[in-house]
Design a protein around this ligand. Structure first.
Ligand SMILES: [Zn+2]
Ligand SMILES: [Zn+2]
Length: 257
């Protein structure tokens, strides 16, 4: 890989390593571009505490730390400041100006909850409820059409164990929307290295039929995972076997207010 735009930091409470350790591993792996995309803080009501993202008060330190390694490693590595964000319609409009104020350059879409995480339900399942799958697809399509996201991380996160025909119909709708918006879909290397239910072969068969553009994302939660060649090899084999169009780099979509 020459570019990875999916990297976390310990602020999300389930990752380890300093920014500098991530950059050093990225250099060792031969990357030219490294994007930090920790789980975004979200302007939830004050009484809601999210267990897997930084708090609002940590965003300034996150932004400063990423910019600092960007400067320190200038000339060796291009470093970008991003976030991984869910599209929560109720809170999204309030999120954008906060990210812009802190100089966040890009967002990737990772939809871990349906509706939102204050009132909604997790999207990692498993579930056989086709209405939940439809909600996942409706909500992420709406997200894609905001024009704010650079790419769609683990689009196959929803673990649907219901009827195959329903899965194919909904995922085809999702893939067509991503293609219409020009937004690449990510094959998630963390899912491969942890043996999760994604990457989901059924999903990628449909993406191949629809001709979606695809990118690899490390989803690194520890620096060493950037230098592990195994999940990358598996992902490339999956893509090649299905005839997926694999991008090695993507232009970042700037967030707009
Ligand atoms: Zn995470
Ligand atoms: Zn992630």
């Amino acid at each position: 890989m020459i570019a990875n735009f999916h990297t976390h930091t310990p602020r999300c409470c389930h990752a380890a390593g300093t920014e500098e350790q991530y950059v050093r591993c990225a250099l060792e792996a031969g990357l030219q571009k490294l994007g930090f995309s920790d789980h975004t803080p979200y302007p939830f009501p004050a009484d809601h505490v999210s267990s897997f993202r930084m708090g609002m008060h940590e965003l300034a330190d996150y932004a400063d730390s990423v910019r600092a390694v960007g400067k320190r490693f200038a000339g060796q590595m291009e470093i970008f400041l991003g976030v991984e964000a869910e599209f929560y319609p109720k809170f999204f409009k309030r999120l954008l100006p906060v990210l812009l104020d802190h100089g966040v350059e890009y967002m990737i879409l990772g939809q871990h909850f349906l509706y939102n995480e204050v009132e909604g339900i997790g999207s990692i399942g498993p579930t056989a409820d086709a209405a939940l799958l439809r909600q996942y697809v409706d909500q992420t399509i709406e997200a894609l059409y905001t024009g704010q996201f650079t790419y769609f991380a683990h689009p196959d996160l929803m673990h649907f164990v219901g009827e195959d025909a329903a899965y194919r119909q909904e995922i085809r709708r999702l893939c067509r929307a991503a293609k219409a918006c020009g937004i690449p879909l990510e094959i998630n290397l963390l899912g491969l290295s942890l043996g999760r239910h994604y990457p989901n072969r059924r999903f990628w068969e449909i993406a191949a039929e629809e001709g979606n553009a695809v990118i690899l994302g490390c989803d690194a939660h520890r620096p060493e995972s950037l230098v592990d060649p195994k999940p990358e090899e598996q992902a490339r084999a999956l893509a090649a076997g299905l005839g997926l169009e694999l991008l090695e780099d993507v232009p970042l979509r700037r967030i707009s207010g």
